[in-house]
Design a protein around this ligand. Structure first.
Ligand code: SF4
Length: 748
């Protein structure tokens, strides 16, 4: 945006207030944060500058190369990216620091990251006080011997999204299958796995159907259970630009996140000065009430004749069954299940009817529930009813929080998909075996939570993890720790130290790996809008850290040397050529070689013109039965929320948007009053899994609904098969809890 454009077309009616830059308001101070990050990266400022100006961001999934993206003219930068910068400029840890774990065990994840980069292969046998430095040869021999000594079904491989590139995911996916291992999974499991299931069954493809340009052109954006102000900050700039063009915004969430009510876009003069009102309507749905809400909304769209019948007739199937099912449902009962009221419902329907379609954006508030896949189907029903797929300004957007999750699943680093997102079955495994030249397992493997449960039963001999931290990410950390401790050989390859590395085991090996920027030959990521984005190598040596795509290939070469020709790429341009051949969806990846190079698979719209990639070519409606809440008298439904963090990496102890500390429990004033507590009171939450001491933070929430920060709240969340979405296996990160007051009622 030019200087002239910055000062044109201001819209005072959208301003959040008159105080310059919201001074005195509870809000982030982006300019102070930038100064803090500059100081934190003072050891290698030139390298930090190169990462920012040439690299593809290793933060969330919006995607940016250097300081520019493919949607807006101005600068694309946020504090999440800046906070992550330290990982890319830190120096290697002296291995002696890890030779005695006793003083390190009580440190937080942030304090461990502050130690620096993992720079050398390390090994710790049972009974040893800490890790000792070993050679790469010894470290890889331990892993190779371990893999050869067991069977593939007793081996599991997990990859996080920590800046991991498509190239690494692809080689990991190929390596695991070459070793006969079906048990490979990645971070996509615990975030959007239900979106994958729900979208594939209804619109035929597990990806966002539109582009970010459509957000800017949208008449209406509906945010379901997502908080981009915290998790994809530059999305707020897209929303700001959209609102200047007249876009309206509906927030469907138990809590109207302050950052979604109003936001100060730091790179825009008008918004930075006066803030921007971001929300036109808040629909306060209770956790798990979204299917009931979607049903009620569809009922009313039908009753008001606000359905696009021409689109429905020409491009969809199953609508009549849904109409019949909805006819039998009482709207008031649906509203009771949703936890909202009729005026709010009618206002929501007004917005949809007036706009004639919307971009529906959703995230973990939708997916991390037992009924998540149904909720996704409910959102799809609304989009199909309005023909809001496959054209400008509308669409379905499961927004991703990590730059690696879309590509991880599409490269086949996923228990339930082969490269290209193809189903794991005999036909697809046979076809892939022909391409790769070795047999490929033809059954799905263990998902991330199932790997840990298998470990707990003593059914896993080798657990090989690239990044990730099951202790933080999965429910019930005590059970996770016990399960990890039963695995005879664990190998953790990572850029930093995490707490799970300290769990005792017979043999634990740490492998230091390169960041995406240090990766030999650079690499690509896939953004939420399906854009495959290149990030060049920005050379830097940190200790003995190695590129992961080489590392996975080396392990296969040690365990199955006869497969060496299939794992011997001279450089990763060769690797990208292979990806383009094996995964036709990624055609064009082989042409990417510099900052800004990108190719968007599927083009701006999927299902363009109403032609869906389903067997029938039609989008599919789904009749849905909302779940009845099961909350015993005197108990509360607890869900998890995010603060100033990047996934499980907590960056700040106080969320600058809400002002809440990490130990906060968000509670409605009416519930607090009934409990005899005020804001600031200390309380103990108890679930069937554990307990957590918290400080009450008052917030407007549906009755008997609480929120605590994740991952701290995982101690209250149950694991196991009964506590996850049955098809996608995503854990249900919600719990039923009781609240007990600790000490005084709270400050007066
Ligand atoms: S919004 Fe996401 S992609 Fe953009 S700079 Fe921030 S973390 Fe990176």
């Amino acid at each position: 945006m030019s200087l002239r454009e910055q000062f044109m077309g201001w819209k005072p009616k959208l301003w959040a207030g008159w105080r310059p830059n919201g001074v005195g308001e509870q809000k982030p101070n982006h300019y102070r944060d930038i100064a803090r990050v500059a100081w934190a990266n003072r050891a290698h400022p030139a390298y930090a500058y190169q990462v920012l100006t040439r690299g593809a961001c290793d933060g969330c999934s919006l995607g940016v190369a250097g300081l520019h993206d493919w949607t807006i003219d101005g600068v694309h930068l946020c504090t999440t990216r800046l906070d992550l910068l330290e990982l890319n400029t830190a120096d290697a840890i002296d291995p002696l620091v890890l030779s005695d774990l006793a003083p390190l065990r009580s440190r937080t994840g942030g304090q461990l990251r502050a130690l620096g980069r993992l720079g050398h292969p390390l090994r710790r046998r049972r009974g040893e006080a800490g890790f000792r430095r070993v050679s790469w040869d010894e470290a890889l021999s331990v892993l190779a011997v371990g893999l050869r000594a067991t069977t593939p079904d007793r081996t599991a491989l997990y990859l996080t999204s920590r800046g991991i590139t498509n190239e690494t995911y692809y080689v990991a996916a190929k390596a695991s299958r070459a070793l006969g291992i079906a048990n490979i999974d990645s971070a996509a499991r615990v975030c959007h796995a239900p979106s994958t299931v729900g979208l594939r069954q209804t619109v035929g493809v597990a990806a966002t159907t539109c582009s970010f340009q459509d957000v800017i052109e949208a008449p209406l954006v509906v945010l379901w259970g997502s908080n981009p102000a915290n998790n994809q900050p530059v999305f707020m700039k897209y929303l700001y630009l959209a609102r200047k063009r007249g876009c309206r915004v509906v927030v469907v969430n138990p809590f109207l996140e302050p950052g979604l009510a109003r936001y100060w876009v730091p790179s825009n003069v008008e918004s930075a000065l006066f803030g921007t009102k971001m929300c036109d309507l808040h629909v306060p749905v209770r956790p798990g009430g979204d299917v009931a809400l979607a049903n009620a909304v569809l009922q009313r769209l039908i009753a008001r004749g606000a359905v696009d019948r021409a689109f429905v007739d020409a491009h969809t199937e199953g609508f009549d069954e849904v109409v019949t099912a909805l006819a039998g449902e009482d709207t008031d009962h649906l509203l009771a299940l949703a936890g909202t009221d009729r005026p709010t419902l009618e206002s929501f329907v007004d917005e949809l009817a007036r706009a004639g379609g919307a971009i529906h954006v959703w995230s973990m508030g939708i997916t991390q529930h037992r009924g998540a896949a149904d909720t996704v189907r409910g959102i799809v029903n609304l989009a199909l009813a309005q023909g809001a797929v496959g054209r400008d300004g509308v669409g379905l957007m499961p927004i991703r929080g990590h730059s690696g999750v879309q590509g991880g699943a599409e490269m086949g680093a996923y228990a339930t998909a082969l490269p290209g997102g193809l189903p794991v079955d005999a036909d697809h495994a046979t076809a892939l075996a022909t391409s790769w030249g070795f047999p490929v397992p033809d059954r799905p493997g263990l998902t991330a939570p199932e790997m840990v449960e298998a470990a707990g039963r003593g059914d896993i001999d080798v657990l090989w993890m690239s990044g990730g931290n099951f202790l933080d990410v999965l429910p019930d950390p005590r059970a996770v720790e016990a399960a990890l401790g039963r695995v005879p050989l664990r190998v953790h390859q990572d850029v930093v130290v995490t707490r799970q590395m300290f769990v005792d085991g017979d043999d634990v090996v740490l492998l230091p790996v390169a960041t995406r920027y240090e990766q030999e030959g650079g690499g690509t990521e896939t953004t939420t809008e399906r854009r495959i984005v290149f990030s060049p190598e920005i050379p830097r040596r940190v200790g003995e850290a190695r590129s992961e795509w080489r590392l996975f290939a080396d392990v296969v070469n040690r365990v199955r040397p006869e497969l060496r020709p299939a794992f011997s790429w001279p450089d990763n341009a060769d690797l990208r050529r292979e990806i383009a051949e094996v995964v036709p969806l990624y055609a064009g990846i082989e042409t990417l070689a510099d900052t800004g190079d990108a190719v968007q698979w599927g083009g701006r719209h999927l299902a363009a013109g109403g032609v869906f990639p389903t067997a029938s070519g039609r989008g599919r409606f789904t009749p849905l039965q909302p779940a009845e809440p099961r909350v015993p008298a005197g108990s509360f439904v607890l869900s998890t929320r995010r603060g100033k963090q990047f996934n499980s990496m907590v960056h700040h102890q106080v969320d600058p948007i809400t002002g809440a500390g990490r130990d906060a429990v968000f509670m409605d004033a009416a519930d607090a009053s009934a409990l005899g507590v005020k804001g600031g009171a200390r309380v103990r939450l108890r679930s069937e899994t554990g307990s957590l001491d918290c400080t009450v933070t008052l917030a407007r929430l549906p009755a008997r609904t609480l929120q605590v920060h994740w991952p701290e709240g995982n101690v209250l969340i149950a694991g196991g098969p009964d506590h996850r979405e049955p098809q996608s296996k995503v854990p249900d990160y919600n719990a039923v809890v009781t609240v007990e007051r600790l000490g005084p009622a709270g400050p007066d």
